[in-house]
Design a protein around this ligand. Sequence first.
Ligand code: NIG
Ligand code: FE
Length: 455
Amino acid sequence: MALKKSAPRNLTSRSSASRIVFRSIKKLYTLSGVHQKDGLRPTPEDLGLIEKAAIVVEDGKILWVGEERKLKSALKGLSDARVGKYNQKYSQKNSQKSNQKIKYQDVQLNAETVLPGFIDPHTHLIFAGDRRNEFEMRNAGATYQEIASKGGGIRSTVRQTRAATSRQLLDLGQERANRLLRQGVTTVEIKSGYGLTEVDELKILQTARKIKGPRVITTFLGPHAVPEGKTADSYLEEVIRVMLPKARKFADRADMFIESGYFSISQARRYFEAARALGFQITGHADQMTRTGASVELARMKATSVDHCVQISEPDIQELARLSSGTTCVCLPTSDFYLKMKYPPARALIDSGARVALATDFNPGTSPSLDISLVGILARLEMRLSLPEVIAALTFNASRALGLEKDIGALVPGFISDFICLDQPLESLFYDVGYHPVRGVFRGGCDVTPFASQL
Ligand code: NIG
Ligand code: FE
């Protein structure tokens, strides 16, 4: 597929009256039905297929999508509307401008398939070092908890991350973000959590915000583990009093690892009440290795997402379905794969009416993989999700998990035009391990593909 090289790179440099028309799309999947149904029970029809389609973008946002043969009349309608608006606003002041010509940039995508850019709503992208030794230990029979109790696990990555400079962390993080962008990830959530001191946690969040390529959403995860030499209560006190207020400047979401040996439900309640008062969105690592009941507890606290949900019970599933207008369940199958654990009951969650999103959970311990295609393949094979359900889970539903559902995750008017182009049919996705059919990546209507392929 040939992407026209003249596609704009920088949105802000365009005049406000200029628009881009993207043509020559064999199959455009808008996800309009997924958007309309708020991500619940996605069906193949909800993918909102338009054949031989075009997209009109203004200032990075979608103005119109439809069949290319209807483009001419659509553009005329759009021009009239624009001039009408312009007249209203300026007729007294500046009437000679009312007939101004709107400039269109024409981009022939020549794409077989176009769909919204992927959104990875749960990663621990910023850390130094690795935990390759733990892979071998787990494979020989040690559990995650046993490794952690001997000073490995999160604390090991904390030591390696504290020893790294901001520059080193940024280089590592940028390289990982580039790998996601090449696979079509246009938005990535990044958590702190490998610092566990005020300085180190803020260093991670500030570094995350410097990442270029995909749009970055930052999450404060100070209570990821209890640092050496402290008790959970004394550390949490410091997190709530000192770290949370400072982190607010660099993060919009607050997360906690609620797990036996880490933080309890009652500590979670204290933490999230303080976080909510500071205006953070709430999210949590919930019911991953043992059932603490955190998924339901957090959903009742109106968390935007509850993540992992591996150990939830049948009544939990029903309750998460009941609370789906507020909370999205984020499943992280690569961490279940690496930990050789069971997978979350995503099939039952969807069938019961809960909203399910998917993410990589990229981290050096439980999910050392940035492969978005592996996430989807495991969701299909191990969680029995259909392809449309996987696509919804990595686009609109993932945006819902981040509270961004009014802006990204579907290609409908008013949304930011983040989209990806494939030179294969949609069915080529999440089928062949390690194969990524993404050939073009556009963020806000800007072609970021050259950026990705230069890297
Ligand atoms: O999502 N479980 C807590 N956090 C990560 C693992 C972090 C680590 O082991 O370094 C997770 O699986
Ligand atoms: Fe995680």
